[in-house]
Design a protein around this ligand. Structure first.
Ligand code: NI
Length: 187
C-alpha cells in the first residue's frame, strides 16, 4: 500500500509480528532507476515517520538496503543510503535504550558494540567504508539486524520479550494497535 503525501510515495512500515521482519534479506544484484526511486521512498518514509534509520524489510522488501540519518538537527546533511552493507570490524561494548518503527510502544536497553566499520555500496555504485561510534554505531547495528530478520526485542531477555508480547496482544485486543501478524491485516 502506498500513501500519497505531498506528491511523495510513502511506504507502509511493517510492524512486529509481521513475518517479513523475520526474513533474512537478500543482496541487491542490480542498481537501476527503480532501485533509486525505491531508496528515495525509503528515505522519505523514514523522515515522515519520523525515524533515524530504516531497513528495507521494514517496508516489506527483503533486500539488503538501509538508510540512516542520525543527525536530527540537520536533516539530510549526514544521510546515508547503503546497499549490501557488511560489517568489517566491531569493538567494545555500549548499552543504549533502543526503540524501533516496527515495534509499537516499546523501548529497552540493548548491549551492542561501541564502534564498528561497515563497507557498503552507495546508490552511485561507489564502495564506501564508514566508521561509526557510540549512538551511530548502535543505529547501524540495529538496522543491520533488520537485514538478518532480527529485531531489538530479540536481544532482550526472554521474560521481557514475553511481557512485551502480552502487552501487544492486549493493545491489539483493545483495538489500539492494528494486528500485523498476517498479510490479510493489510488495508
Ligand atoms: Ni528498527
Amino acid at each position: 500500500m502506498r500513501i500519497q503525501v505531498s506528491g511523495m510515495a510513502l511506504l507502509r512500515i511493517r510492524k512486529y509480528p509481521d513475518p517479513v521482519l523475520k526474513r533474512p534479506a537478500q543482496p541487491v544484484t542490480k542498481i537501476d532507476g527503480a532501485l533509486h526511486s525505491f531508496i528515495e521512498s525509503m528515505v522519505q518514509t523514514m523522515y515522515a515517520a519520523p525515524g533515524i534509520g530504516l531497513a528495507a524489510p521494514q517496508v516489506g522488501d527483503s533486500r539488503r538496503i538501509i538508510v540512516i540519518d542520525a543527525d536530527q538537527q540537520n536533516p539530510g546533511r549526514r544521510l546515508l543510503r547503503l546497499i549490501n552493507p557488511e560489517v568489517l570490524e566491531l569493538d567494545g561494548k555500549i548499552t543504549w535504550e533502543e526503540a524501533c518503527l516496527s515495534v509499537v510502544d516499546y523501548s529497552a536497553q540493548v548491549q551492542r558494540a561501541a564502534r564498528l566499520v561497515v563497507k557498503a555500496l552507495t546508490p552511485d555504485e561507489e564502495e564506501v567504508e564508514i566508521e561509526a561510534e557510540q549512538f551511530l554505531a548502535v543505529v547501524f547495528q540495529h538496522e543491520l539486524d533488520h537485514l538478518e530478520g532480527k529485531l531489538f526485542i530479540d536481544r532482550v531477555s526472554r521474560l521481557k520479550r514475553q511481557l512485551y508480547r502480552r502487552k501487544l496482544q492486549k493493545l491489539i485486543k483493545e483495538g489500539k494497535v492494528e494486528n500485523h501478524a498476517s498479510p490479510s491485516a493489510e488495508a
